[in-house]
Design a protein around this ligand. Structure first.
Ligand SMILES: [Fe+2]
Ligand SMILES: [Fe+2]
Length: 476
């Protein structure tokens, strides 16, 4: 891409976006930011890395994967340079000293736009030292960044937010998350809203969002994501699959659904059907069944304490116009979550905050899962149905994110509201999850079911569930 084209794209990202409205598929109306360049405001060279963000594609304890973009197809091969931040290194040393290791990035064409996507993984990292790194080439390097080591014990912290976008609230929430210094951030879908209507094309929206992420969050914070309905733009999320680097497997080669463990928590991330037409939904349901069965067995054996599932879509909700539930997911997923004793379901999609009591099938159940809907990441806020269902423990509507403080056998959560004007935070909800008792954990050890058992008459099941809960709701 020549400099004129690059400047044109930057002008589109800046000048035009400030005057436009981002009308998302969810019907939100929010004003995108006129974002400064993450490198400091001046137009960058097309060979300079942009949109730098981090993830754990491999072992969270010993690796980090970096993803970034460049605009010049003729740029030199991109590299990740990295090494430990030694205790006696000053900040100036961190910037100027040579790096111990280097890896050449895997490079692919960024879908639908004249740019390149680069991904590289730093491996065999010392568990107890911060990592400093930069990406690029001699034609342009990113700033040197320093990131904290991943905790190796039982204690760690993560945050959960969803439905981010590019508004001032989006920026405030990202900035507050970075200030909280979590060990990783879980973004439960609807990242950039590239599938909404905008004066920008979808890929310019993605680029502008990654600029925001690099500037406010991603280049120093591990970002693990679930795909939402707004990731399903342009042929089943081709851009999302290319631009994010999540753990891959033989059943999910693009990492659209995956699992990883940190401390004594097993995380399982689902698409929830975001890419339902890509033909992998049956595979994914079997993945959920087998991974949750395995996790339940390990929990009962004392190897882990909690099973956390994250996806974009709520199962049960009181967002206005969407209550009482996503009945397709009630039929498709909830029986699996309840069977294997999922402890926490972290979701977005509905632009509200809602915390459930432990529940299953729309009813309070002490052996069920706690669903946290954290869909107020910045793109917009919605209202509630006139009547809140009996499983709901807390319902809020303001920009926020949830911080989970994990220790052995316990998760203490704090929900942080983020002021739209000042960006200041305050705790608006707290709750605690404790490890299941031995009997409850043992009940969740169940044999894995086959495809036939996992595919009942979903329509009939959904109708029955809705009918039953309407009756029971009247008595809550
Ligand atoms: Fe959504
Ligand atoms: Fe959304």
């Amino acid at each position: 891409m020549n400099p004129e084209d690059l400047l044109r794209r930057r002008l589109l990202q800046g000048g035009l976006s400030a005057a436009s409205l981002l009308l998302t598929g969810c019907g939100d109306s929010t004003t995108p930011l006129n974002l400064p360049d993450a490198a400091g405001g001046a137009p960058r060279s097309p060979t300079t890395p942009r949109g730098v963000h981090l993830s754990w594609r491999e072992d969270p304890l010993t690796s980090r994967t970096v993803t970034w973009f460049t605009d010049d197809p003729a740029a030199p091969a991109q590299r990740l340079q990295y090494g430990p931040m030694m205790p006696d290194m000053s900040e100036a040393d961190a910037q100027r000293l040579p790096f111990a290791d280097e890896v050449v990035a895997d490079t692919s064409e960024t879908p639908f736009v004249e740019a390149l996507t680069h991904q590289a993984t730093a491996r065999d990292l010392p568990a107890d030292l911060p990592l400093r790194y930069r990406v690029g080439s001699d034609a342009g390097w990113s700033p040197v960044r320093v990131i904290r080591p991943t905790p190796t014990g039982d204690d760690f912290r993560f945050v959960h937010f969803g439905d981010h976008g590019r508004t001032q609230d989006s920026r405030n929430v990202a900035r507050a998350i970075r200030a909280a210094q979590p060990d990783f951030a879980l973004l439960a879908g609807d990242l950039s809203y590239a599938s909404g209507s905008s004066s920008l094309g979808p890929q310019e929206v993605w680029d502008a969002w990654f600029d925001l992420v690099e500037a406010e969050l991603g280049a120093e914070t591990i970002l693990m994501t679930a795909a939402g309905n707004h990731e399903n733009e342009g042929n089943n999320g081709v851009a999302y699959r290319n631009r994010m680097a999540m753990p891959t497997s033989t059943v999910s080669p693009d990492g659209t659904f995956y699992t990883f463990q940190l401390g004594r928590v097993q995380f399982i991330v689902s698409t929830g059907g975001a890419f339902a037409t890509d033909g992998t939904l049956v595979t994914e349901i079997l993945f959920l069944e087998t991974q949750l069965a395995r996790a339940a067995l390990r929990r009962a054996a004392g190897e882990i304490d909690f099973i956390v599932v994250s996806q974009h879509f709520t199962i049960w909700t009181d967002q206005e116009g969407r209550g009482p539930a996503n009945l397709t997911l009630v039929a498709l997923q909830e029986n699996i979550f309840v069977r294997y004793g999922v402890d926490l379901l972290a979701v977005g999609h509905d632009h509200i905050y809602q915390r459930s009591h432990p529940m299953g099938f729309g009813l309070r159940n002490p052996l069920g899962y706690v669903q946290i809907t954290s869909g107020c990441g910045g793109v917009g806020i919605r209202g509630f149905e006139p009547r809140i269902q009996g499983w709901s423990a807390k319902a809020l509507a303001e920009p926020l994110f949830v911080e989970y403080v994990v220790s052995r056998g316990r998760i203490d959560a704090l929900t942080h509201g983020v002021d739209s004007l000042t960006g200041e935070t305050r705790v608006v909800d707290t709750f605690t999850l404790e490890r299941r008792g031995r009997e409850s954990a043992g009940m969740a050890v169940q044999p894995v079911r086959d495809v036939a058992a996992l595919h009942p008459d979903y329509d009939r099941l959904a109708r029955r569930t809705l009918f039953r809960n309407r009756l029971l709701l009247a008595n809550c």
